[in-house]
Design a protein around this ligand. Structure first.
Ligand code: SF4
Ligand code: SF4
Length: 458
């Protein structure tokens, strides 16, 4: 069975794109092509990791969220704030101040996402007792789940089938408000997101029909509004108001904390390239006797998310400070953690699992195995014609990607500039025809200057 449930947040503004191909070169899933002078994303391959967003010199790549304007005027509005948002602000501002400022933006309540971590700890302990294939891979980072679906289909069975903390908090709030007598149709839950992958996870969750989150709001957008409210009101005192969770919880989304919650031998790997290197080894059977893998697409975990406005290393330092402050508070409270969410743990246990994750649809060469095999043979044959330089002049990131595009009917062999020269030499392609092919890839505007200068010289 394949997963057909995918949509995207990462988009390209062709008014700004100059077809420089920086994005194509960093995309780990080879999802980008240059067509008619602009970058284009192949939706079946994109995992919304945002690596292309980081490198675009034109700022032509953006993450489409639901935006601040999605806030319902009439409903009861709750904002779910991840601790990395609090970590965007200097430690002179307390978590209470930051969360109160978010509330002032038009929410009826704010909740810190990491309130669910005490529940996650118990859930992990209970999963660890089950007879499941190992190593289990954390499902927290949606970019990693999608990376496995797209590039490592044989590893999908290792994905932990548990919802992420922000979904668990949203489920808790839905149950709480239901018990308080609120009309479920009036409740709107907004998640302030550090990345594009989580926007997509709320719109088209993997292993679920529907997310308990109603909409997502870009962290940078909220940051600018909150900064204005906070300006000059520094007060880092010890506030109990939003401290009803275990101190370790605040660091969950950073690299290296989640793994501590899974009993047994576990590793934390962050940064998409490091994750890919590890998954390659895992797929080829070179990794053994590990119980759990915490994997984050971003360097330093969510502190490095593309929508976090602050520096990731400063965010990590600030969350460490906050962790220490919470430890102090807990000590003053004789070590007691009063997390109201834990009163709902039985209900949440029943609701927090997701369905098995399947490889993504649209990546097979053909649904028919026999035809797929023929196409594969054709790819191998094409590869013998291509130079193997992965120069990108064909508008695809590598020779193999061009070969795949050709058998899928999306490109032609003449897209390869090396093959073109041979075809020209053998009179199978005229220089004018070759020019037209290159124009289709790199765009008329870009090639006009060569056409003009050629005209002047001749
Ligand atoms: S978001 Fe990631 S996967 Fe999608 S096109 Fe950009 S770099 Fe590639
Ligand atoms: S590490 Fe965090 S911020 Fe980065 S893609 Fe994954 S979930 Fe999003």
């Amino acid at each position: 069975m394949k997963d057909r449930n995918y949509t995207h947040s990462i988009q390209i503004d062709t008014n700004k794109c100059i077809g420089c191909s920086h994005c194509m070169r960093v995309c780990s899933t080879q999802a980008i092509r240059i067509v008619e002078g602009y970058a284009r994303i192949q939706p079946e391959r994109c995992i919304d990791c945002g690596e292309c967003y980081r490198v675009c010199p034109q700022r032509a790549i953006y993450a489409k969220d639901d935006g601040f304007i999605s806030i319902e005027r009439d409903g009861y509005r709750i904002a779910l704030v991840p601790s990395v948002f609090i970590g965007q602000f200097p430690s002179e501002y307390s978590a209470t101040q930051v969360l109160d400022a978010v509330k002032q933006l038009g929410f009826d309540e704010v909740y810190e996402v990491e309130q669910a971590v005490d529940f996650m700890k118990e859930a992990y302990e209970s999963v660890a007792k089950e007879e499941l294939p190992h190593p289990l891979i954390s499902s927290f980072c949606p970019a990693i789940v999608r990376l496995i679906q797209v590039q490592y289909p044989s590893l999908t069975e290792l994905i932990l089938l548990l919802k992420a903390p922000h979904d668990v908090v949203a489920l808790y709030l839905r149950k709480l408000k239901e018990r308080e007598g609120m009309d479920p149709g009036k409740l709107f839950i907004y998640y302030i997101t550090p990345c594009a992958a989580k926007i997509v996870a709320a719109r088209a969750p993997v292993g679920e029909l529907q997310s308990p989150i109603d909409a997502t709001i870009n962290m940078t957008e909220i940051y600018n509004k909150v900064s204005k409210i906070l300006h000059g009101k520094k007060n880092p005192g010890l506030h109990k108001k939003f401290a009803n969770m275990s101190p370790d919880s605040v660091n969950w989304s950073l690299s290296g904390t989640e793994k501590k919650y899974f009993p047994g031998r576990s590793l934390a790997i962050d940064g998409i390239d490091n994750v890919i290197e590890f998954l390659e080894k895992l797929e080829s059977g070179h990794i053994a006797e590990i119980d759990f893998l915490e994997m984050r697409a971003c360097d330093q975990g969510c502190a490095g998310g593309i929508l976090c406005p602050g520096n990731r290393f400063l965010t990590v330092e600030r969350l460490e400070h906050r962790h220490k402050r919470l430890q102090k508070l807990k000590k003053a409270d004789k070590g007691v953690v009063r997390n109201p969410l834990m009163e709902y743990k039985e209900v949440l246990h029943a609701l927090s699992s997701v369905d098995p994750v399947y490889p993504r649809d649209g990546l097979l060469l053909d649904e028919d195995m026999e035809k797929a095999l023929i196409k594969l043979q054709r790819i191998e044959r094409l590869m013998t014609y291509f130079p193997g330089f992965d120069c990108g002049a064909c508008g695809a990131p590598g020779c193999r990607n061009l070969a795949e595009d050709i058998v899928r009917g999306k490109a032609s062999i003449s897209h390869c500039v090396f093959v073109q020269r041979v075809m020209e030499k053998n009179y199978k392609l005229s220089p004018d025809q070759a020019f037209v092919v290159i124009e289709k890839i790199w765009g008329r505007n870009r090639l006009n200057k060569y056409r003009d200068s050629h005209g002047k010289e001749s």
